[in-house]
Design a protein around this ligand. Sequence first.
Ligand code: HH2
Length: 273
Amino acid sequence: MAEQTAASPTAGPLVWGIVNVTPDSFSDGGRFLRPDAAIAHALRLARDGADILDIGGESTRPVAAPVSTNEEIARVVPVIEGVLAAGVDVDVSIDTRHALVADAALAAGATIVNDVSGAADPRMLDVTARHGAGLVLMHMRGTPQTMQDRPVYDDVVAEVATYLDERRSAAVAAGVAPDRIWLDPGIGFGKALEHNVELLRGLEALVRMGAPVLLGASRKSFLGSLTGRDIPEERLAGSLACVLRALEAGVRGVRVHDVRETRELLDVFMRIR
Ligand code: HH2
């Protein structure tokens, strides 16, 4: 499995392709809500060179409408099953904050839980441990509804690192395999522009924590602030700049919408540097 074999510090980062089975995600909401459209999109990302497909059924943008657990399961499970039935050589990650959704997705064949809440659901760590799954612990300030209410930090890099270290200890104590835990600074989740920039500048501090780091900067609104690009699909150049920064810092995974372009950037850069 890519997640367990290729995530070495000397290889380039693994490419996590984003599959949003949602009506309202910030950049591609509604495009892949139907299972056949989502499966076709996921298989295209696999062909384009994704190592891991990150499938989610709930948007975490600040104004997203709440979705019931049953609805979230109904969105993601057929897509996971469809992708795995196609026999592609990728790992599947479930992007959810809800233990019941993670449980159903892992039973359907996903092998990683990507939790933007840092496993806040009290049952999430147990579910992950029981399935022997990998786990992404991401930092978020507040909830998606409150996270952009004037976030304040004294030292955003240090505070994110301390939080992730605590969550990692809790995950290990609950029985999650220590070598399958990823850490993610949560770009755009309860951070103002300068916090996102400081976190990107300070990625090495997170890499030094010893766990693989995942970075999700693709098409995010801070890139719009830096470039003047209001439309998320037009933020490719900024997104690729973040991939290069991730590579430079020793980050082991980049979560992206534009898999083909990211793959080509990494392949060429790794060959010529
Ligand atoms: N960002 C988003 C969702 N999940 N997971 C991790 N680990 N890191 C991230 O930075 C991250 C994430 C938000 O992006 P997207 O899925 O495209 O949008 P939405 O939440 O609106 O569906």
